[in-house]
Design a protein around this ligand. Structure first.
Ligand SMILES: Cc1cc2nc3c(=O)[nH]c(=O)nc-3n(C[C@H](O)[C@H](O)[C@H](O)COP(=O)(O)OP(=O)(O)OC[C@H]3O[C@@H](n4cnc5c(N)ncnc54)[C@H](O)[C@@H]3O)c2cc1C
Length: 399
């Protein structure tokens, strides 16, 4: 992909077929899967691809393999452990293994997949708004850190701006999410912590959210906590301070050195809305609320559906008038049922007390490895739902 900085003030608008707003995994994947005959400009408000890191990178081996992600861009996890204040559920995972992604490396790899195609990547460039033109196209206003304001004329716009929903919000076609997950992460050298063990923790140290410990393939470990706003007034920084101040890191075998790196990010935490196509504006990734409502895992989904959108938008532009409906229908088929159940679960568990979490983790310990990984992935089969209801009833009746 050709990355350019606008070192001059543009008096004439730039032109392309598809303007993509957001250079995260969703936007980069749309770009690499548009047909080679289509021209596209990707605008990204950050100065670099993949930095700063705004996510923690938990994913799944079977998905990264299907997506063709090189093996040096992830760490395989063999041990997945859950903790509440007084309970634990420890799983040696043999079948559906988790991985932790090298975020910066992965996003740069996704950008490289557009190499040789008619793509321009404008870094340090923010989408400000757009107007529909008499010919049905769009004239968008942007601001570059280097050269100020300029315009881009395009036939289509893809909103891949994450929780910002920058395009749809600017046109009042959708609102920015009112409920969000906000996370902070400290990343530091791994020390003696095992490179193949991930931890998820809940309870007093992570109220209205959860915490995680993810080792990376770059010999670092990421300790993170997330909260849901406005369900709590606490900031993730306050939760993290109290976790560290309370000495809880030692329980997980972590020593936090001076000078750690801080990653932080935001994710939508609202009910899934299946409408994705608004005329010639299409949303994808977090801007379409694709991340799982249970643990907020969205990178593999942003890549998968970004690629599908790239292919279907190309088909649409080539005359296949049902192609964008197919994209919308495929997303609805994949998400509507699981996300309805997952979001209901999300709303319920944010109100859990530490005692309730203890009971929940004790129940989790009775699930099989497969049931646990299904639950973390946000896949709720009827069998899994019935089994969790059964375990919950049994705990209520027999303690
Ligand atoms: C704390 C935290 C932890 C997470 N952990 C995981 C995890 O372990 N595993 C997982 O799979 N997912 C995780 N997620 C979710 C995951 O990060 C997202 O689902 C994924 O990044 C979505 O990709 P995206 O491309 O849609 O959006 P983003 O990654 O948000 O990318 C959108 C980009 O658009 C840019 N942008 C926004 N507005 C504009 C504008 N006006 N003009 C130009 N550019 C703009 C933004 O700067 C941003 O970089 C986590 C999220 C958070 C917040």
């Amino acid at each position: 992909m050709c990355s350019i900085c606008l070192g001059w003030i543009l008096s004439e608008p730039l032109e392309c077929d598809v303007l993509i707003v957001g250079g995260g995994p969703a936007g980069l994947s749309v770009a690499s899967h548009l047909a080679s005959t289509i021209s596209s400009i990707i605008v990204h408000q950050d100065a670099e691809i993949g930095r700063p890191v705004r996510t923690s990178g938990g994913s799944w081996l079977r998905d990264v393999k299907t997506l063709g992600i090189p093996s040096d861009l992830y760490q395989i996890i063999d041990q997945l452990d859950f903790y509440s204040d007084n309970e634990e559920a420890l799983f040696t995972v043999t079948k559906d293994k988790m991985v932790v992604l090298d975020i910066t490396g992965l996003y740069r790899h996704l950008a490289e997949l557009s190499k040789g195609l008619n793509r321009q990547l404008l870094l340090g460039t923010k989408f400000l708004g757009t107007e529909v033109q008499p010919d049905g196209g769009y004239l968008s206003k942007l601001r570059s850190r280097q050269s100020g304001c300029f315009e881009i004329r395009s036939k289509f716009i893809v909103d891949a701006s994450g929780w910002h929903s920058a395009v749809l919000a600017a046109l009042s076609l959708a609102q920015k999410p009112r409920r969000t997950g906000v996370g902070i992460e400290y990343e530091f050298p791994i020390g003696d912590y095992p490179q193949n063990r991930a931890i998820l923790f809940v309870g007093v140290t992570a109220l209205t959210g959860y915490g995680w410990v993810f080792p990376t393939s770059q010999n670092t470990v990421r300790l993170g906590v997330g909260v849901i706003n406005p369900d709590t007034d606490l900031t993730p920084r306050q939760v993290m301070d109290s976790f560290i101040g309370g000495g809880h890191a030692a329980r997980f075998g972590l020593t936090i050195p001076e000078g750690y790196e801080v990653n932080a990010g935001v994710i939508p935490s609202v009910a899934y809305d299946p409408k994705l196509v608004f005329g010639n504006i299409i949303r994808t990734g977090d801007a379409a609320n694709f991340a799982t409502p249970t643990v907020g895992e969205g990178i593999r989904i942003a890549i998968q559906f970004g690629r599908i959108l790239g292919a279907e938008l190309s088909a649409f532009m080539a005359g296949d008038k049902s192609a964008l409906q197919r994209y919308e229908a495929q997303a609805a088929k994949t998400f509507v049922r699981d996300y309805k159940y997952g979001f209901a679960m999300n709303k319920r568990i944010v109100r859990y007390t530490p005692t309730r979490w203890d009971k929940s983790i004790a129940r989790l310990a009775r699930l099989s490895e497969t049931e646990v990984t299904q639950m973390v992935r946000g896949n709720f089969s009827a069998k899994l739902i019935l089994r969790t209801i059964y375990l919950s009833l049994r705990a209520k009746l027999f303690g």
